[in-house]
Design a protein around this ligand. Structure first.
Ligand SMILES: Nc1ncnc2c1ncn2[C@@H]1O[C@H](COP(=O)(O)OP(=O)(O)OP(=O)(O)O)[C@@H](O)[C@H]1O
Length: 475
């Protein structure tokens, strides 16, 4: 890409973004409006004086003007403020679209029409086919399953968290026969059913060698429609291997059966845990670890997979948890390869995803980039901190769109009121502010304002180390 993002933050009602352009200096925006560095830093200084906490990248960008700029210029004039303080409403445009998505009949659910045993399904998946859909890059990924590991240069530095999953115990797909699958699932018995999604029913299976697997069985009535989706999931899953992504083990595409066999992740979905349907609810530390895991899974898909993969359906019911509370991103049914040509900034494609998590810019322009996943991740981050679903239809009017409610509270300085009452821990307000600020950066209305997942990971690591330090200090 021609530019590299450095920072974006929300202070009170203003949104500041700072971008370092490749070999062309830096650019600055306040509320989406380009400003020069002097005005940008002046506005930052005013907010800092009012107590807004800024990331290091902001301080650094303004230090370049002279170290004293932020620290020593204490005189604040109303004139300077009125000149530089451009008011914003985060996502005025974004939220409008967001609301459209909820109200507009064209955004009705098509993909799902069923319920999971613990979590009632929301009628919220979107499959809006645009008549002018065009996809400059091919969807097709060579079908060879289980690629070689990525070249070392593409493996991220930090070995402990980014490490590749241990190789699957089998080096190729499980070439199971239908009778082996029937035996593994007791002939697709109800007792073996573990869930149901738009694609079909998911069963738990135990193979002859005692390996436990999840088997997704496409519903026959959706066969033709879902053929492409099935292929998409199989092709993409077969090329990836990462501890934070659910692993494909095999598939069957024969006669009137479409089955996907993946690793079984036995501790339910993130949504189940937020709802408390699995016993105790998540403490703050677990929530933080889960978002870091999801972030790493996405970073791998966006930056380190053989070809960039955009998931397109990041949401709490697609995050599966292990017994050790590690998170794995599941359900690649909507996933797509990203731009294959470095000159392309995006791919044009029909809008798919789940209402509430959908990038408003993608909905408006049909331009898909990895930043659409970043948007969904921002929504997920608000969800995991508040415990609320992205859309809470039964709440009072001003609380229905969770991210907007959270953003307003955040600006009123009431961040503690946002925390999930079920979280069993009182967390330092500064840490919470950083988490919410990061979530709002990710859920910024336009993609250029959002950080990429790698930058998000760095911020999460910094938050994590502050959190751990404080926890030790408190003991
Ligand atoms: N690999 C797996 N291991 C364990 N449980 C799984 C696995 N995959 C899916 N499930 C369970 O099956 C349920 C349905 O999964 P599925 O991916 O089909 O639907 P979904 O993601 O909930 O909905 P949709 O695919 O329509 O977005 C999940 O909510 C989860 O409880």
């Amino acid at each position: 890409s021609s530019s590299s993002f450095v920072g974006s933050t929300v202070c009170q009602s203003d949104h500041f973004a700072y971008k370092k352009l490749y070999q062309r200096g830096s650019s600055f925006t306040v509320n989406g409006n380009p400003v020069d560095r002097i005005h940008f830093c002046e506005a930052i200084r005013i907010h800092k004086a009012k107590g807004c906490v800024l990331g290091d990248s902001f301080r650094d960008s303004c230090y370049l003007l002279g170290r004293r700029f932020l620290e020593e210029k204490h005189t604040e004039t109303n004139e300077a403020e009125s000149k530089n303080h451009v008011k914003v409403s985060l996502a005025a445009s974004g939220f409008l679209l967001f609301c459209c998505a909820i109200c507009c009949p064209c955004f009705h659910k098509e993909r799902k029409a069923n319920t999971h045993e613990v979590l009632p399904k929301e009628s919220n998946s979107v499959h809006q086919v645009s008549s002018f859909e065009m996809s400059p890059s091919s969807d097709k990924i060579p079908p060879s399953p289980f690629r070689a590991p990525p070249s070392p240069s593409r493996v991220p530095q930090s070995p402990s968290r980014y490490a590749m999953s241990p190789r699957p115990s089998r080096m190729g797909p499980l070439n199971l026969t239908m009778s082996q699958i029937q035996a593994a699932t007791h002939n697709f018995s109800d007792d073996n059913q573990i869930g149901e999604g738009g694609f079909g029913i998911v069963y738990k299976g135990i193979l002859e060698d005692r390996q436990v697997v999840a088997i997704k069985r496409a519903k026959k009535e959706h066969f033709e429609n879902l053929r492409k989706e099935f292929k998409s999931e199989v092709d993409l899953l077969s090329k990836i291997g990462h501890r934070n992504l659910v692993k494909l083990l095999g598939y069957v595409d024969k006669g009137d059966e479409r089955l996907i066999i993946t690793e079984y992740v036995r501790n339910g979905t993130l949504r189940d845990h937020l709802d408390g349907t699995r016993g105790s609810t998540l403490n703050f530390n677990q929530r933080l670890e889960i978002v870091i895991d999801v972030c790493h899974g996405l970073t791998y898909l966006h930056s380190y997979a053989e070809r960039q993969i955009i998931h397109r359906d990041i949401k709490s019911s697609n995050i599966l948890l292990t017994d050790g509370m590690r998170a794995k991103v599941a359900d690649f049914g909507f996933a797509r390869g990203g731009p294959s040509d470095s000159n392309q900034t995006h791919i044009l494609t029909q809008v798919k995803g789940t209402v509430g998590y959908l990038d408003p810019e993608y909905m408006r322009t049909y331009q898909l980039t990895a930043k659409s996943d970043v948007y969904s991740f921002g929504i997920l981050l608000v969800e995991i901190l508040t415990g609320r679903r992205p859309v809470e239809a039964k709440k009072p009017h001003d609380e229905r769109i969770t991210v907007r409610w959270a953003f307003d509270k955040y600006n009123e300085g009431k961040v503690l009121e946002l925390v999930d009452p079920k979280a069993r821990e009182r967390v330092d307000e500064k840490i919470l502010k950083k988490m919410f600020s990061l979530a709002f950066q990710c859920a910024a209305p336009t993609r250029k304002e959002r950080p990429d997942m790698e930058a998000v990971g760095k911020q999460l690591w910094a938050i994590r180390s502050t959190y751990l330090r404080r926890s030790v200090e408190q003991k």
